[in-house]
Write a protein that binds this ligand. Structure first.
Ligand code: PLP
Length: 386
């Protein structure tokens, strides 16, 4: 069967050149990067080169980049690590209602420890208002954590404005840039960010590798205790192959970013326009313009997103409903709920996330099969299409 992958916000296929760059570090170049002999020195050099690539791509210094096991760990390290260094008067965090669970559940766990968290609301387009962040900051606020691009609807948050507010008020600012990094330009100085999370497998790199940018001078307590790896911020023998793969994936992404963003957003818009011609009551979720190039989240009134995902899967098309982490549980997405969608529209949502290997014929195929699926599901649905 023909298989079409349109779930790139969940994960991406490893680029073949990334695999080739990693291969020696999974075979003959196996040294521990902390060893001082030849085997260690050659992997240390590779780790340092990758660190330079990551730093360069963000406008940061290599000494500000710390490798982790992925986006989830980077988010945990940034948030728990920042709040645990401060005194007990500093007990307030500002975040938003549409964060990834790696941020949301980390904040919730800190609430159990006694921290207070303000989760600012978003508008109908899934956008945080910088003024709401400014209003939420108090004298006790130690950290603001607001994502750059939302993984479910793709909306791009005004992190530059939020960064300026945090700078002015002297509060640390973390952003989860896992979805935006490698797709659109991200510069840590342009946005005034102090901490930034990224992950390899969302940009055609390997799974289980990520990085955290920590601005020089920002103190952070480590999550793990052990060796002095990553300048005492992250103990544990370096995942050399993963680090090298991340570096290569970033290099490829930086070289192709502009043309890729253009191609992918054109495909996405064609998909939306052609579906809207053929299907009644289809709603676009997320900001119509300020959005990730490949993300298209739509709701179909009167049916369940899960049923659409399963029907598309039978035709070989991979998309998701809600975020990958919440599908399986039939709870409406916290993001769509925060945007004020009715539970009917939130339940009837699916997310296409297009990527590098998608082509026009993939869009043609989706446009060919989806209208029939929607018609059939609506005919069977006890809910009336509105
Ligand atoms: C995927 C994702 C994460 C988690 O990254 P992992 O590397 O899978 O742990 C965090 N935040 C966002 C926005 C994501 O899309």
């Amino acid at each position: 069967m023909r298989r079409i992958y349109m779930d790139h916000n969940a994960t991406t296929p490893l680029h073949p050149d990334v695999l080739e760059t990693m291969r020696p570090f999974l075979t003959e170049k196996f040294g521990n990067a902390s060893s001082i002999h030849f085997f260690g020195r050659e992997t240390r050099v590779a780790v340092d080169e990758a660190r330079e690539i990551v730093a360069h791509s963000l406008g940061a210094k290599p000494s500000e980049i710390f490798f982790t096991s992925g986006g989830t760990e980077s988010d945990n390290l940034a948030i728990k690590g920042s709040v645990h260094v401060n005194g007990k008067d500093d007990h307030h965090i500002v975040s938003s209602k549409i964060e990834h669970h790696a941020v949301l559940h980390t904040c919730q766990s800190l609430e159990k420890e006694g921290f207070r968290v303000t989760y600012v609301s978003v508008d109908r387009n899934g956008m945080v208002d910088p003024d709401a962040v400014a209003e939420a900051i108090t004298e006790h606020t130690i950290l603001v954590t607001i994502m750059h691009a939302n993984n479910e609807v793709g909306s791009l948050q005004p992190i530059k404005e939020i960064g300026a507010i945090c700078r002015e008020k002297g509060v640390s600012f973390h952003t989860d840039a896992v979805q935006s990094f490698g797709k659109i330009p991200v510069d840590v100085n342009d946005v005034n960010v102090d901490l930034l999370s990224l992950s390899g497998h969302k940009l055609y790199g390997p799974k289980g590798i990520g990085a955290l940018y920590i601005r020089k001078g920002k103190r952070i307590t480590p999550l793990f205790h052990g060796g002095s790896h990553e300048r005492n911020r992250r103990a544990g023998t370096e995942n050399v192959a993963g680090i090298v793969g991340l570096g290569k994936a970033i290099q490829i992404a930086m070289d192709s970013m502009e043309s890729e963003a253009k191609n992918i957003s054109e495909l996405r818009d064609t998909l939306m326009d052609r579906l809207a011609e053929k299907i009644e009551h289809i709603h676009l979720n997320g900001h119509p313009m300020k959005r990730l190039p490949g993300t298209l989240n739509v709701s179909f009134a009167g049916i369940e997103g899960e049923s659409i995902v399963l029907s598309l899967d039978l035709k070989g098309i991979a998309v998701s409903s809600g975020s990958a982490c919440t599908s399986g549980a039939l709870e409406p997405s916290h993001v769509l709920a925060a945007m004020g969608l009715s539970s009917e529209l939130a339940q009837g949502s699916i997310r296409f996330s297009l990527g590098r290997e998608n082509a026009k014929r993939d869009v043609d195929y989706v446009v060919q099969v989806l209208p029939e699926i929607i018609e059939r599901l609506r005919a069977m649905s006890p809910m009336q299409a509105v």
